[in-house]
Design a protein around this ligand. Structure first.
Ligand code: ATP
Length: 403
């Protein structure tokens, strides 16, 4: 939870706070069903699924090679002699519910399967109520819901998840240039999260994969223990979305450029990432096991900027006044950074526990602290120790986080 918050905060800060040309938005989860007709989701937001008449398993037809048949020996569905797969059938991924007390077709509403449509239908509101001019973007972090056939791989694919989406509205003709800029910015963001660069790559959507309206699309993929998988999509969506909403709502969504004295329907470059999926990526990337003095040490080597706990305060013993000094330091540090206090067990074991949750620095209060007012800083990655002044700890952590 803290880790995911840090991921979302970094995304928000880099797009909304650090730039002047992006506004933040919090749109509704339940929107008029016509929005989903206009967007194409009612007709086309489907995955092909197949059923097995023998084991009753249900699989995504386009991801069969990632699936396993429950019969022994377990193989890809269809490969076992007993497998009896149906033809693929299209299955709409939107969750339906009803607005108001009457459960009939007129009252159907959908839980949003993506946050992007909330941005498109609010595009004019944002444009008219902010001081933005094209090119500009709208960013949103929020829940999305998909009735996935095969959720799994921990939080990689779930039915309820959070998206971090940004739609950038540009003048037609400048779209490919912006698309390339956004590709570079988004890849850099994943590097800055501390992800291993060699485990990140681009996947370009080929002609068969490219949505019919998209001009170009790339996914950023990460090499998980279960293979290369998408973590973010960067798409040049042309004027498809605003065109469809304009047509279905009857409301003009054109932009008037006073300098050029022209009207046009903006093109959209989208960056769409999953907050849960990126959080899983950060955890998978940070996890390592190493041998230290004949024992396995488990470490989550998070970049300090996203580590959920920044510092731990540990009194060496529970007596001689050490807990009082440690407690005062802990409360000082905790006011500024998420921190942890641990006085249970041998100091080596306490360091290991902090390694396992990825705390970059431990501050140990010992008997010397009482006389010289210094503490031991123990570094998670190098396991090196150094002494700094007790009253410098907060500033020391703040400076480290700036590095
Ligand atoms: P997939 O091919 O994995 O189903 P998608 O291409 O449908 O994904 P998009 O519609 O492009 O995904 O969604 C953008 C981002 O939202 C994805 O890159 C991913 O990070 C996240 N996402 C999509 N579906 C899920 C899900 N079921 N659970 C968690 N995150 C998801």
């Amino acid at each position: 939870m803290e880790l995911k918050r840090n991921v979302k905060d970094r995304w928000w800060r880099s797009l909304v706070h650090a730039r002047d040309d992006i506004e933040g938005l919090d749109a509704a989860i339940l929107m008029h069903p016509k929005v989903w007709e206009a967007s194409g989701h009612v007709a086309g937001f489907t995955d092909p699924m197949v059923d097995c008449r023998t084991c009753k398993g249900r699989f995504r037809a386009d991801k069969l090679t990632d699936a396993r048949c429950p019969q022994k020996p377990s193989k890809v569905p269809g490969e076992h002699t007993a497998c009896d797969l149906t033809e693929p059938r299209l299955f709409n991924l939107m969750f339906k519910t009803f607005m108001g007390p009457v459960e009939d077709t007129a009252a159907v509403v959908y839980l949003r399967p993506e946050t992007a449509q909330g941005i498109y239908v609010n595009y004019l509101n944002v444009l008219n109520s902010s001081r933005q001019k094209i090119p500009f973007g709208i960013a949103q972090v929020g829940k999305a819901f998909r009735n996935e056939i095969t959720p799994g791989n921990f939080i990689f694919r779930t039915r309820e998840f959070e998206q971090m989406e940004m739609q950038f509205f540009v003048r037609p003709g400048s779209d490919m240039e912006w698309f390339e800029q956004w590709r570079a910015i988004r890849m850099q963001w994943h590097h800055d999260l501390g992800l291993t660069p060699s485990k990140l790559r681009w996947h370009e959507h080929g002609p068969g994969e490219l949505a019919h309206y998209a001009k170009a699309a790339y996914d950023i993929e990460y090499e998980f223990p279960f293979g290369w998988q998408e973590i973010e999509g960067i798409h040049n969506r042309g004027n498809f979305d605003l065109g469809r909403h304009q047509e279905h709502s009857g409301k003009k969504l054109e932009y008037f450029d006073p300098q050029a004295n022209e009207r046009f329907l903006p093109y959209i470059v989208e960056t769409s990432a999953g907050a849960d999926r990126v959080t899983l990526t950060v955890m998978a990337d940070a996890y390592r096991e190493e041998e230290v003095e004949g024992e396995v040490r488990v470490v989550l080597g998070f970049h300090p900027r996203i580590a959920p706990i920044k510092a731990a305060v540990l009194p060496l013993t529970k007596k001689d006044g050490l807990p009082e000094v440690a407690d005062a330091l802990y409360h000082d540090v905790k006011r500024r950074f998420p921190s942890f206090y641990d006085d249970g067990g041998a100091i080596g074991r306490r360091y290991r526990r902090q390694d396992e949750v990825g705390t970059p620095w431990c501050f140990t209060i010992d008997h010397d602290t009482l006389t010289d007012r210094t503490v031991t800083v123990r570094h998670r990655d190098s396991m090196q120790q150094e002494r700094i002044g007790l009253d410098q700890v907060v500033a020391w952590v703040a400076a480290k986080l700036e590095e």
